[in-house]
Design a protein around this ligand. Sequence first.
Ligand code: AKB
Length: 316
Amino acid sequence: MNILVVGAGGQIGTELIPHLQSLYGEDNVIAADLKKDVVEKLSEISRSVVLDALDVNAYRELVSKNKIGRIYNLVALLSATGEKNPQLAWDVNMGALINSLELAREFNCSLFTPSSIGAFGHSTPHKNTPQDTIMQPNTIYGVCKVSGELLSDYYYTRFGVDTRSVRFPGIISNGALPGGGTTDYAVEVFYEILKTGHYTCPIPENTYMDMMYMPDALRACTDLMDAPAEKLIHRNSFNVTAMSFNPKELFAAIKKRVPEATFKYEIDPVKDKISASWPDNMDDSCARDEWGWNPQWLLDNMVDDMLTEIGKKVRK
Ligand code: AKB
């Protein structure tokens, strides 16, 4: 089966490519991204192509020519960026999704499109947030995610398209940087502490959010897509989480290992509002029951690994 990753140059895509290659073979994975320089970089590790996912004809030609059987649609403007330009966020996030859904229908592909904790809002229960609950997000990013979940389920029930998805929490990684998200602080802090010894945090110290280390996120992407269809009661989209912490707890874990590290807070009002509307911690028991979700990385081993890996990059 040939697998296409659209929006491959981002935080998840750049690490999903080698993960997919290790599972399904190097030649069976194609990375597509809008930016030429990003594609040049990706071509060092994978078959790669420039693609504007909003150009349905170019997208169709790529899928058809390469006999694509599975699509990972990772195209998205994230939560904080989305608030700066809501119309663009809607156009990009929904445009890439509808094209992916239509092509999955036409070429009988399975389709993974990540949803997010951003699909929830103030009226959602914030503690142990259930799988099926109130979803009234307060951001354009969240509105796109809820619409995307509904549309993906519609394509499954109406046309039989094999659509699946997870609600990702903040993803922590040491590869490509996240950009424009509310949870980005949990990555930025490692670079700043290792480079300068200091970090100024835009999120209030007591705001809890779900988080996940990249190796677990990659397994979520492939385990769900490989799960037997008959086991799935839900499809779009599964709550998945690995840990929940607030900035104070993360910084304490870093300070234990880097005693000279210092932290202060300068709250970003947009990120403050967004993070306050998201769950403190989600209940991911449906993912565990229906396709065996079982995260391996918690706060302590994640912090150890991030400090080691980013330490190597910073010292280079
Ligand atoms: C963001 O902060 O916007 C993303 C997300 C949780 O979807 N990382």
